[in-house]
Design a binder for this molecule. Structure first.
Ligand code: 28F
Length: 642
């Protein structure tokens, strides 16, 4: 320990050790030191502003990305208290910035902290991981400021002026020796702040990117709260109830819910606890589903829509086509699950289900035409489910008769070790033929697709089971679909879509991705889905080894390299590949299938909200947005991140 630190009192030394721990193992506090961890710093600071908004004192947050990757966050709340703590002899504000978990300590009992990131570690962690931090507070008639370097106080809180306003402003430069990058992604931050604004009714959030010209600026302010969120999610869908059903209640577990049915078949329920997206669901989601199922069944019974002989509608029937946002505030949330995004607090289930049941019962009584429209859809969903069950059984029985569960067109691999196995899904028989001959049959299986295209956005499960194009895919992957999908049963570690680099290829790619997204989502979440990347060009010249180019940029670079070797552009012949079928088996192996030399793009699911919107738009009815998307994204297919 350095000498001067002995001059501080014991408590102070502990503080310094605390923040040293953060710098030693940053991943423990912010997850990682990648761009995700970097963004986490911003979220931690903004969360403190949101807490102040939830307490009822802050109406606006301004976030700026300044040149040099400095982040500035400002709120118009009460300002962090500046009075001196009698025990530590330092100001409350400095304590918040230098004491590990100061936020958490003030939480729970005092009830102050309800918002907060996954790690909920607060401002001191941001301070510890920043080259410098500067905090300016307006409060009690004054302007106060303090400064830190890598978590250590450089200037204690000092009054630097007078002011009759209140608020807190923090500027920091993340530590470049800790983070892999300091290059914040505006779109990612913007998306998160939009979400926070939806979840915090009335709060205005402004984010600006001043790092380059032209500057960017987005402003989010939703008086409708989660209602506006649901309208945003459904903006490209055809609605059944034009105005979302809104449920709100304060109390032990403050809850805000919006529900809107669409004519689509998928179920989109987004749940949040203290503004954190609980991707794995949990007790609040259970409560919501329970209340929803009960309210609709009770209404259907009492209005004789379900007759005495009819069995109850099942939850999944009632959730067909639903878009809902469920936001709860829980004082001491217990997060469980693989990614700690599943709410565990067991009292929440009953509270939410009672609220949803009561509120919906009232709503349905008061809005009989909406009730009727939704129930009609539920009933036809229930019939379709029954048909799907029969179709599924038929598929099972048929495959049992054929004594193999595998489709006839599949050229399977010899290995049975799913981890090393790959399946190439190929459109067209000629490309399928080349792929079959070119592959390494030990671990590579080929499934050529044929038959009529089905738009899964517009079809229910029974049609999908029976579709001649998708059925072989389901059987080959071997893990079922929908609620029955079981990722532990997949027969291949890599599911690779191989399609031409043209419009038809893009179509089949989109169709299959939509299918995987809607019916085998864990496959995407788990990172098992890939896109093969066939070359666009071949350069050849007598006596020179052929060069394959995968993009136009690749092509230009190759020409440059050749020029350096004294080979002129017009002395080489360029072949532009229009389809996979133009390649012979060896070429296909060398360029697209050989693990040593191929390029595979792994399909990631970073943001389910975005993916849902994209698929709805790409496969849905509205033509305008689709055309716009294709025009905007045509050039960027290489970085496909759904
Ligand atoms: C740009 C970042 O951090 N804003 C904050 C407050 C307001 C209070 C507070 C914060 C409670 C007991 C410490 C004020 N007056 N923006 C921010 N605004 N923290 S952080 O209190 C924190 C603890 O002492 C605040 C009365 N109660 C709370």
């Amino acid at each position: 320990m350095e000498k001067y630190e002995h001059e501080y009192n014991a408590e102070q030394i502990q503080v310094l050790e605390g923040l040293e721990a953060v710098r030693k193992r940053p991943g423990m506090y912010i997850g990682s030191v990648s761009i995700r961890g970097l963004h986490h710093l911003v979220y931690e600071i903004v969360d403190n502003c949101v807490d102040e908004a939830l307490a009822g004192y802050c109406t606006q947050i301004n976030i700026k990305l300044e040149p040099g990757n400095i982040v500035s966050v400002e709120d118009n709340g009460r300002g962090i208290p500046v009075d001196i703590h009698p025990k530590t002899k330092i100001s409350a504000a400095e304590t918040v910035y230098t004491k590990l978990h100061a936020g958490g300590k003030f939480g729970g009992d005092s009830g102050y902290k309800v918002s907060g990131g996954l790690h909920g570690v607060g401002a001191s962690v941001v301070n510890a991981l920043s080259e410098w931090t500067e905090v300016t507070i307006q409060r009690d008639g004054g302007i106060y400021q303090m400064k830190f370097n890598r978590g250590k106080t450089v200037e204690s809180l000092t009054k630097i002026g007078e002011s009759n306003k209140t608020g807190t402003k923090v500027r920091f430069l993340a530590d470049g020796t800790i983070f892999e990058t300091l290059d914040y992604d505006f779109d990612t931050l913007e998306e998160r702040f939009r979400e926070i604004a939806f979840l915090t009714k009335g709060l205005k959030i402004i984010i600006e990117d001043l790092r380059q010209e032209p500057n960017k600026k987005s402003e989010f302010h939703f008086e409708g709260g989660v209602n506006s969120f649901v309208e945003y999610l459904n903006k490209n869908k055809e609605k059944i109830n034009t105005k979302p059903i809104y449920i709100e209640k304060d109390g032990e577990v403050p809850t805000e819910i919006a529900i809107q049915y669409t004519t689509a078949y998928s179920e989109n329920i987004y749940t949040f606890v203290n503004n954190i997206n609980t991707i794995e669901g949990g007790t609040h989601l259970e409560g919501f589903k329970r209340g929803l199922t009960k309210a609709f069944n009770d209404y259907a019974r009492s209005h004789n829509i379900l007759k005495e002989k009819d069995s109850n509608l099942q939850g999944e029937d009632i959730r067909e086509g639903i878009t809902a946002v469920v936001s709860v505030k829980v004082r001491e949330p217990q997060f469980e699950g693989q990614t700690k995004t599943k709410l565990g607090n067991s009292n929440v289930t009953g509270i939410v289900s009672t609220l949803v049941n009561d509120a919906l019962a009232t709503f349905l009584e008061e809005n009989p035409s909406v009730a009727k429209a939704i129930l009609e859809k539920c009933i036809s969903a229930s019939r379709a489910r029954e048909a799907a069950r029969k179709a599924r059984e038929l598929v099972r029985r048929k495959s049992a008769l054929e004594s193999t569960t595998l489709p006839g067109k599949l050229a399977d691999c010899s290995s049975k070790n799913a981890e090393e196995c790959e399946i190439y899904i190929v459109e067209g028989d000629s490309a399928g033929g080349s792929a079959k001959q070119g592959r390494d049959r030990k671990f590579q299986a080929i499934l050529p697709l044929w038959g009529k295209m089905l738009n899964v956005e517009k079809s229910r499960a029974d049609k999908i089971y029976n579709n001649e194009k998708l059925q072989p895919v389901i059987l080959a992957v071997g893990a079922g679909i929908g609620n029955d999908f079981d990722i532990t049963k997949i027969r291949y570690g890599k599911v690779i879509i191989m399609a031409d680099a043209d419009v038809d290829g893009a179509h089949i790619r989109t169709l299959l991705l939509t299918f995987f997204f809607r019916y085998m989502r864990p496959l995407i979440e788990n990172g098992n889905v890939y896109l093969a990347q066939p070359p666009l060009y071949k350069l050849s010249k007598k006596g020179m080894q052929d060069i394959y180019c995968y993009t136009d940029e690749d092509l230009e670079n190759s020409f440059k390299e050749l020029a350096e070797k004294g080979i002129a552009r017009d002395s080489v012949s360029i072949q532009r590949y229009k389809g996979l079928g133009e390649m012979n088996p060896e070429q296909l192996w060398d360029t697209t299938m050989n693990p040593e030399s191929r390029i595979l793009i792994r399909v990631k699911l970073e943001d389910a909200v975005k993916a849902d919107q994209t698929f709805t738009m790409l496969m849905g009815d509205e033509i305008g947005p689709r055309r716009q998307f294709i025009e905007e994204n045509a050039k960027y297919v290489r970085n496909l991140d759904i």
